[in-house]
Write a protein of this length. Structure first.
Length: 67
């Protein structure tokens, strides 16, 4: 069996500040990459097609604003 979440949380809580900064940077990159891969998968499998088509249709009839 793996490590319990509570054990991981406790280890993180007890990290020295310099190690916590390194962990934060690592986790931010890890999480960002995981998110990017999920979006790529969703696009490739057509999961976002309905949302994209609805947004395009709304834009065509003037229900969008410039950013």
């Amino acid at each position: 069996m793996g490590i319990a979440i509570e054990e991981i949380e406790n280890e993180i809580i007890n990290l020295p500040q310099d190690q916590l900064r390194k962990f934060r940077a690592w986790y931010e990159a890890f999480d960002s990459n995981a998110w990017d891969e999920q979006i790529k998968h969703d696009v490739a499998t057509g999961k976002l097609d309905t949302l994209a088509n609805a947004a395009i249709a709304d834009h065509k009839v003037g229900r969008s604003t410039k950013l």
